[in-house]
Write a protein that binds this ligand. Structure first.
Ligand code: SF4
Length: 455
């Protein structure tokens, strides 16, 4: 979500006459986009912004900043955007002395105006939105997007109304708002006309698209396939766009894994067979305390529905270890659920309290060393599981969207299959980034597949 917001701001600044530069050292303006979902992420963003303002002011507080201040800095303005701004409010200027402007997550579109005002001599400008404010410019994309121009993020849903007990996101990103389907379809159509092959639809809980507010209205053409649920109906509309090869979306909640969603997966080959389905815990007791609104059995029923439709369907998840009161038995239930679900990949987080959340009022009673142990156990389990699941694909031929030279070995290329698995292959020179190619898998690692092009 932050990558997409940053891209929209860069595009708006370009439209206002600014130019993108290749490196931070060459920049006259740097804006840090912050995350506050965990304390560490917020500290990192605040630390980085403080380093930049110290560099600009020439009075470094750290040795590193002092060295940087000695160099001729081109930096004129430093801004901060994103979730940490909303959480901290005006306090952000105390945390980061010398900060020129700050904009919360639903106010990023104000940044070109804030820059103008700062250049005219104003300072410490702050823009925060209400929980229901709808930002402008959600569909703005740069003519020359950074990164892969054949891939684009498209925000379809803002905010979150789930209010899980540990999560600060609803406080900083506000209430759910679904963009009108007509607007989303037009945006994706225009991206496809510019050569985008893959879009990733974004929302905190993307399957709730069109639930809180209507995304479709009576003047929209009826669904040719008879879809009545707003999100599958959106997939149907996007799948009819010429040139668009792949549609991804993230993140999901098991309640959204309906029969209509599975019908859309089955009917539209463009819809990638991968779902990021955060589980957080395998214990019903902890799921209840977390306020996740599903049980272990309900979650596993959603997994079964997807795997019954396609046994190779790729599932990834997020898990929290060490939630307040999580016992060894609760943890073992998480372990067994992960085994049963058979994830392709899992992101494991050690619980840390976020101020203002319901969970923050509970004693953070699982010792750090035990959180660390549980983290390591799950990661080791997942490595073995990933290897076994990927091993089953050796000998199969995967359709891979080529992304470019592999990060580890530039002589080989990297791409992803429909399940979002990384596939490494030799490129004889004929494959260009954005091409969809066939690769026969010869070897598997826990998170990567290796193979040869099939001519
Ligand atoms: S679904 Fe829960 S964890 Fe995800 S953003 Fe919403 S409140 Fe946070």
């Amino acid at each position: 979500m932050n990558v997409r917001d940053s891209e929209a701001v860069a595009a708006m600044l370009e439209a206002a006459g600014h130019e993108r530069c290749g490196s931070e050292e060459d920049a006259e303006l740097v804006i840090v986009n912050s995350c506050t979902v965990r304390d560490k992420a917020e500290q990192k963003a605040i630390g980085k912004t403080g380093y930049l303002t110290a560099e600009r002011l020439g009075r470094g507080r750290s040795a590193q900043a002092k060295i940087a201040a000695g160099k001729a800095s081109k930096l004129k303005l430093v801004g901060l955007m994103g979730c940490a701004v909303k959480r901290l409010g005006a306090e952000v200027f105390e945390k980061v002395p010398g900060l020129d402007f700050a904009a919360g997550p639903r106010k990023f579109w104000m940044i070109p105006r804030l820059v103008e005002r700062c250049l005219a001599g104003e300072s410490e400008l702050l823009e925060l939105a209400g929980d229901d404010e709808v930002p402008e410019g959600l569909g703005v994309h740069s003519d020359a997007p950074s990164g892969q121009s054949f891939q684009a993020y498209v925000t379809i849903l803002l905010g979150c109304d789930n209010r899980c007990s540990y999560c600060i996101v609803p406080d900083v990103r506000g209430h759910e708002y679904s963009r009108p389907a007509r607007e989303v379809v037009a945006e994706v159509r225009s991206l496809a006309e510019r050569g985008v092959k893959e879009v990733c639809l974004l929302g905190q809980s993307v399957l709730r698209y069109g639930v809180r507010n209507k995304a479709w209205d009576e003047s929209d053409a009826p669904s040719p396939g008879g879809y009545t649920e707003p999100f599958p109906r959106l997939l149907e509309a996007l799948a009819s766009i010429p040139g668009l090869e792949r549609i991804r979306f993230t993140s999901a909640h098991p309640k959204g894994c309906t029969d209509e969603l599975v019908r859309a997966y089955r009917s539209f080959p463009q819809v990638c067979r991968h779902l990021h389905l955060p589980v957080q815990s395998g214990s019903d007791r902890i799921l209840g305390l977390m306020g996740r609104h599903y049980t272990r059995a309900e979650y596993l029923a959603a997994v079964k529905k997807l795997r019954d439709f396609d046994p190779e369907f790729s599932l990834t998840t997020d898990v929290i270890v060490g939630y307040p009161g999580e016992t060894a038995e609760d943890f073992e239930e998480t372990r067994s659920l992960m085994e049963e679900a058979g994830y392709e990949n899992a992101f494991v987080f050690k619980y840390s309290p976020r101020p203002g959340t319901r969970a923050a009022a509970l004693p953070d009673d699982v010792p750090t060393s035990e959180k660390e142990r549980r983290d390591q156990v799950l990661l080791a389990d997942q490595d073995a599981r990933g290897l076994a699941r990927n091993g089953r694909l050796v000998g199969t031929v995967r359709e891979v969207l080529a992304e470019g030279p592999s990060l580890r070995n530039e002589a080989r290329w990297s791409g992803r299959d429909s399940g979002n698995r990384i596939v490494i292959f030799d490129n004889p020179g004929s494959v260009r980034a954005g091409d969809v190619v066939k690769v026969r898998i010869e070897r598997a690692a826990a998170q990567t597949l290796y193979g040869q092009l099939v001519c």
